[in-house]
Every structure is written in C-alpha cells, then in structure tokens.
Design a protein around this ligand. Structure first.
Ligand code: 6GU
Length: 235
C-alpha cells in the first residue's frame, strides 16, 4: 500500500507514525508513507498556503492551488490505482473499525489535512472522494486525525502485526469490546489473577473470555450490543 499525506504541518503527522508497529511495517515495505508539505506546492515567494475568506469573517482558509498541485504531483510521480482522496475534517463521516477494514483493502490512499478555519470548498468539491472525521470534537487540524486513521489501517495490513490472532480478538472486531488480560506476577499487592486463566483449561478460558467480553461491552458500551442485535436480525 502507498499512503500520501498532504499537510501544512508535516511534523505533526510524521511523529506518531515513526514508532512501533507502523515504523516496522514501513521498514518491512508492507506500506510506504510519504508526507508532502503543502508549502512545497505554492507558487509565490512567501509560500502562502492560506488566505482571508471571501465575504469576510474570522479565520483563514487554506488555498486551493497547493492541494490540486500536490495531488497532481503525486499522480504524475506514482502509478496508482484510482486512489481515494480523503479529506480529514470534523464535518466528515464518523470513522469506525469497519471503515478501517475497508480502507485496508485499498491499494493507495491520499489524505488531505484541513487546518485553521477550513479549506477552499473547490478542493472538497473537485478533488476529494470522501471525508472522514474521527469523532465529535474539534482538533486544530486534520494531521493527528490522519495519523489515527493511518495507524488503524496499517496495523491491519497482512504482516504488520506479528501475531494475526492478536488483531482478530481486538475490540470491535466482532462488534464487542475485547476481554481483560493479565500477565505476571500472579499476585500483585494482594490483587490476584483470576484462577481460571492459570488452570490450563483452554476451552474454559475461551468461554471466560467470551463472557467477559460481553460483560464489559454491556457495562461500558451497551450501544454496541444494539448493533449486534441489528446485524443478527438482518441475517
Ligand atoms: Cl478529521 N479534523 C479536525 N480538525 N477535527 C476533527 C477531526 C478531523 N475529527 C474529529 N475532529
């Protein structure tokens, strides 16, 4: 997979993706992540990426030309299969694990990061194929949100996580939250690991984990159980 991120703040995107599993996936050439600086696609000597809004009002608007030129540059340099051009914005569709799974099946992704008050509407209208939000709150820009989406997609790519079973039991994978886990020591300040996990009875441990997963979901995210009932009704 080839991922491109177009942003006025490259360091904000690079930092989170330059650690741990994502860094390793890039090292193993499972994915390439190129971060393009919007300022490199300006054509004035001040490298101006934003300007005042027509009609007046507070805040600056990101100019259209650098986004169009950056996406044209990417498409001219690389052989891409009709890549999605994703605008990161709080006005986008709410991001979910299901969307992460479908993005992980695409071959190339281009992310555009909004900033300040917003982005010239022509970018949204003529360049963007979809808009994603990571939740109902406002960030100063789309950079951290793009890093969140990229992290969640790359970890699903074959080979990115050593232990495939580990990803399969993730929260949300089967519509439920994951069960609790323990590691050594067996007793810590009087707090004990549940006996069943030490028993070696694999079938019973599996049942305990399923029960706990349901119980956790009921207590913390009863709304997810509604989705499961809906998906069972459909089948
Ligand atoms: Cl994608 N961008 C911004 N600026 N704020 C957000 C967001 C994105 N998702 C949630 N809040």
């Amino acid at each position: 997979m080839k991922i491109f991120v177009v942003t006025a703040f490259p360091k904000l995107v690079r930092g989170p993706l330059d650690e741990s599993i994502i860094k390793r996936a890039v090292g193993k050439e499972i994915v390439s992540i190129k971060i393009l600086d919007l300022r490199d696609f300006t054509n004035d000597k001040h490298k101006q990426v934003d300007d005042y809004p027509y009609g007046g009002g507070a805040g600056m608007i990101l100019k259209p030309e650098p986004f169009f030129r950056a996406v044209e540059h990417i498409k001219a340099q690389e052989v891409l299969e009709n890549p999605s051009v994703i605008l990161m914005t709080p006005q986008g569709k709410s991001y979910t694990q299901d969307r992460a799974k479908s993005l992980a099946r695409e071959s190339d992704l281009i992310f555009l990061c909004g900033h300040y008050k917003g982005i010239d509407e022509r970018v949204r209208e003529y360049l963007v194929t979809e808009e994603i939000s990571i939740g109902d709150y406002v960030l100063t820009g789309g950079e951290l949100a793009a890093a969140v989406v990229i992290d969640s997609v790359v970890r699903l790519l074959p080979g990115a996580i050593g232990d495939f079973d580990s990803a399969r039991s993730d929260s949300f994978e089967n519509g439920l939250l994951d069960c609790p886990y323990y590691t050594r020591p067996e007793s810590y300040r009087g707090m004990k690991v549940p006996q069943i996990l030490l028993s070696g009875h694999h079938a019973e441990i599996e049942k305990w984990r399923k029960d706990k997963s349901l119980e956790h979901t009921e207590i913390r995210r009863a709304d997810l159980l509604g989705n499961i009932v809906k998906s069972i009704d459909k089948t």
